[in-house]
Write a protein that binds this ligand. Structure first.
Ligand SMILES: [Zn+2]
Length: 83
């Protein structure tokens, strides 16, 4: 007479653990590539800005031309480009 495996522990179904939703990091400003380039751009003698004509110490990181960061930024926004 076969022994019934009656005294085996009942198979417990482990409930699926709820996915832990990580909290979004608190407002860490992510700089775009362009903003990053501008942040490390060269500075030099005050030269008239290519855009507004006022003296600018900063150089456009792409053209090397004197240009204010704010002017380049404004122009980018006017063109609908991502800064
Ligand atoms: Zn300017």
């Amino acid at each position: 007479m076969p022994v019934e495996p009656s005294d085996l522990p009942p198979t417990t179904t482990t409930p699926a653990t709820e996915p832990v939703t990580k909290k979004a990091p608190s407002k860490k400003t992510h700089r775009s590539e362009r903003a990053e380039d501008w942040a490390h751009t060269r500075v030099g003698d005050p030269w008239p800005c290519d855009i507004c004509g006022h003296n600018a110490f900063m150089r456009d990181p792409y053209t090397g031309r004197p240009c204010h960061l704010i002017c380049a930024k404004t122009q980018a926004h006017e063109r609908g480009e991502q800064w």
